[in-house]
Design a protein around this ligand. Sequence first.
Ligand code: GDG
Length: 496
Amino acid sequence: MVDHDELLASQRFIVVSNRLPVVIKSHQGKPTISPASGGLITALEPLLKRNHGVWVGWSGTFEYSEDQVLELSDAYYQKVGYHLHPVMLTQEEVELFYEGFSNEILWPLFHDLQTECHFDPKYWDTYQSVNQKFADEVFPLIEQDDFVWIHDYHLMLMGQCLRQKNLFTKMSFFLHIPFAPLDIFLKIPWRFEILRGLLQYDFIGFQTKRDKRNFIHCVKMLLKDITIRKYENHEICSIDNREVYIGSFPISIDFQEFSNLSEKKEVAKEAKALKTTLNDCNIVFSVDRLDYTKGIPYRLDGIRRFLEKYPEMHGEVIFLQVVVPSRTHIREYHELKVSIDQAVSEINSEFTTPGWVPIHYMFYPLSREQLVAYYRAADAILVTPIKDGMNLVVKEYVASNVDETGVVILSEFAGAAAQMKEYSLLVNPYDVEGVADSIHFALNLPEADRKNLMKPLRKLILSEDIYHWIASIHQATHSSNDEDIPVSEEYIPAEN
Ligand code: GDG
């Protein structure tokens, strides 16, 4: 029997993602390097440090030469105790591989938005060559006992490139975004190549059972030489005398970090000040990166309907909407921004009264402390993506809700819905009437009922935090005994 904790502590981690976990930029004419933020980075860092692991990815800059980036990476290693291995990409590669294939084909398609896709054959050529480039960089770094962990849709073919080099070390892959259902997946001209490429990994992790089921269905329907056996909620694909383990593992956050930050005196003070500035109105909070998958225009329709339908709530509630600027140089994103600006302005001009503006809209990011203060002050969070791999915002809200009186209103199409369904108000983001009614219901829920929802929700997210997620994936990759592998839940709406 393998001792997974011991193995987790002793193995060297080689993590590969599109971007390195740092920000490289110029400060007073000199290149500087600083840590990027994110739950995955926080959670992986201790494991990377423990055995001088390596994080491989694109540096995110064209400003500096390879030598300069390597120098910065070395200095960073002295500070943090794990290696950065930069992959240098040209501007053309970033345009075709990252902006093109990854973000104009895979991102929209895997979020069911095939009409947003641009199937340019040039994108595919560069997607393949950049995956090969990553594999060429990573291969010489790998030793037999390493834990090799490749992340996300940008690198679905990298495993195949490594396999062709006769790599024997196990390779684990995790997809952070949803996997498309068969009908939609079929639209990709390179569908067979992508499926076969993915099956070269030894382990493939999805966020939810929904995504895993979509993948298995595509494999079953499209690849006739693969046999699939099921064990409880997991699948094992047999291909060329190899076995590929397929599982679902909902990503999470460092619960304790958010909870502790929220308890801090300064954060509590900022949350209180926010509430006072807003005349002690109920606060319904939303925070999203500017992206068409986050469902912001539909959400605004729901808010408008709520204001029409429940005039007695005017002056009692304020919707705080933060949108973090992203990719505004791309036409679709610019148009989305314009449509949000317009809808907010129309709603506010229709419903504002002296001293009360229903939607407070901010188009800039908040600092981590501010974000947690907003989470803490909010009486409800309104998270309505039209499709989302998981959605970490909703989990961060729960962790920050130390008063345990907040209510979660969550899209049933967010991966997080499967885990949080029992203690949240689930909505169909396209159902404007349903969203309006859920906001009304949340704001009128007695405190005791809100606590009855939030308390178990906090317990759940604490017990299934990011550390649990990493350990589960590590265990699944190495498990020879299927019974060891944890199981995740699925959400399917029921008819009333
Ligand atoms: C992909 C998948 C999956 C947001 N605004 C501010 C801010 N944020 C931070 C949040 C959160 C993160 O950004 C957003 O995470 P999400 O999970 O919601 O979304 P994606 O970026 O689309 O991530 C997603 C995720 O991968 C992980 O697997 O859950 O489904 O699409 O951490 O806190 N942070 C600060 N200020 C802001 O204004 N400081």
